[in-house]
Design a binder for this molecule. Sequence first.
Ligand code: GDP
Ligand code: MN
Length: 380
Amino acid sequence: MDLYEYQGKELFKRYGIPVSEGRLATSPEEARAAAEELGGQVVVKAQVLTGGRGKAGGVKLANDPRDAEQKAREILGLDINGHVVHKLWIERASDIAKEYYLSITFDRGEKKPLFMLTTQGGVEIEQVAEENPDALARLHVDALEGFQPYQGRRLIYGAGIESPEEQKQVLAIIGKLYRCFVEADAMLCEVNPLIVTPQGEVKALDSKFTVDDSALFRHADVAAWRDTSAADPLEAFAREKGVTYVKLDGEVGILGNGAGLSMSTVDVVVVAGGKPANFCDLGGGGSAEGVVDALEVITRDPQVRSIFFNIFGGITRCDEVARGILEALNRIEINVPIVVRLDGTNADEGRKILADAAPPNLYVEPTMLDAAKRAVELAA
Ligand code: GDP
Ligand code: MN
């Protein structure tokens, strides 16, 4: 789960990482009131789950409350890389002398958390890594040993931070960020920029924070931050049902078991001359309940004109899936044709169950390509 900047900063604050004081606003009037409360110059920041807001005009300085209201009006409703701005974070403006970069993420190759620190902050880290790799200090932490203070020192010397005052503050922030990363079950904590003010104060000016979905049960407060209004309502419904669902813009609804097969199914539909309406993964189960849930999700998408149900039985048994399909047809009204391809464990049995019941609007095809062609034809 990706957190908004203001949510990430809330977690930073809990761990003692310095951030600027701020307020959330959803209208120009609220932005003005927030600026009044904060006093002085503020920065008005679009809250969207994508980077590069600054470049896209989503981060603006405002000199007074009236100006904040005006800037809020300009930013609200802005489309930043496909994300429409509904929320603003208004924070006390900082003077910036230097922009650094600090992050922790997982290095899956090494199976360890990886710190990155550079004094070349404020730009995309990929750019620094490419153009100036020596400026980027990288350091792995052994999860069992935990973070050791000498590692922090190695990072700051590696990055070339020379002022003792800055070193002290950055060291403290590194330690706190590691604790925050571990205790929040984060996958990514990125501070870009980590600034140094002209007075020599170091603080986090931005936050990019991702929490492991699988650990959300341990963080009820963070889970409650999920903004269902930002997500597609159908995707929210799918999540509620525990179905993996991705909306696409064609007309053939796709249901497969397992991510690999579902993605291949998307490809085959394109090969057959059609366009997938979505990508829906039943997962490894394929129980009747799972099939009903998935069909319920798919049929709620008004763009779906036909459904391609592609199952390869491994652990999943095709007879069970066939029963699930019949059960789903009993329980929910489905007005679009369904094309089924069953292969693998108990496929013959599954096909027989469907043939015996012979529900209207259900087509069983022997191969993936035949089924794709049929589904595309029926969607036309
Ligand atoms: P991003 O573009 O989505 O990464 O958003 P950031 O929060 O990183 O802001 C982008 C840029 O806006 C920063 O790199 C700063 O240069 C600038 N900025 C953000 N907040 C302030 C502030 O309080 N004062 C000043 N002077 N500039 C700011
Ligand atoms: Mn940033």
